[in-house]
Ligand binder design. Sequence first.
Ligand SMILES: Cc1cc2nc3c(=O)[nH]c(=O)nc-3n(C[C@H](O)[C@H](O)[C@H](O)COP(=O)(O)O)c2cc1C
Length: 192
Amino acid sequence: MKKRLSAKPLLYPMPTPLIAAAYEGERGLFTAAWIGMVSGTPPTIGIAIRSTRNTLRLIEASGEFTVNVPRVGMEAAVDFCGITSGRDTDKFGAAGLTAEPASIVSAPLVAECPFNIECRVVEIHPMGEYRLVMGEIVETHADEGILTPDGKTIDVGLLDPLVYIPGTQEYRGLGPKLADAYSVGLPLKEKA
Ligand SMILES: Cc1cc2nc3c(=O)[nH]c(=O)nc-3n(C[C@H](O)[C@H](O)[C@H](O)COP(=O)(O)O)c2cc1C
């Protein structure tokens, strides 16, 4: 028997990347779990950002941001960036994180995050108390140590990304691989 839990923003698991932006010498950094891919062509990411966030102001002013995927072990820095306003704290320094220049956008990359995405804002939609910020991916960067042997993509086991669990509010890692995507469902597709 299912139990009704009412209308809540629950989805499992959630990513927990650090979003960075910069404008006229000011830089911002915050943790965002409400983020996902919204288009493949062009490759586009959507983030729900509460309208009061300091980093949103910098994203709107510059039209650019980066998404930085933290690995297991970075939970204290990620949590700090999610519970501290950047209005009067430079979160890079306080969290011991290094801002590195990106290739294309003005927003910095977080060097300690092994996977980084550069985005240019294409649209901002009002959504209640939030702004749904859509950014086209213009470049991605991966530490060499997390690549598959052919160097073409990321070995998620080596990336070891941190994930966020809403409701019980936990940070976790990923479990082991269970099956191959686009293939474990094929027997069901053949029978359908
Ligand atoms: C795990 C976690 C996930 C979060 N996800 C979001 C999110 O998706 N959108 C958002 O607006 N705030 C989110 N927050 C809150 C912001 O990260 C937080 O308010 C931060 O201090 C904003 O920083 P800023 O005002 O310097 O930009 C999250 C916080 C935590 C701890």
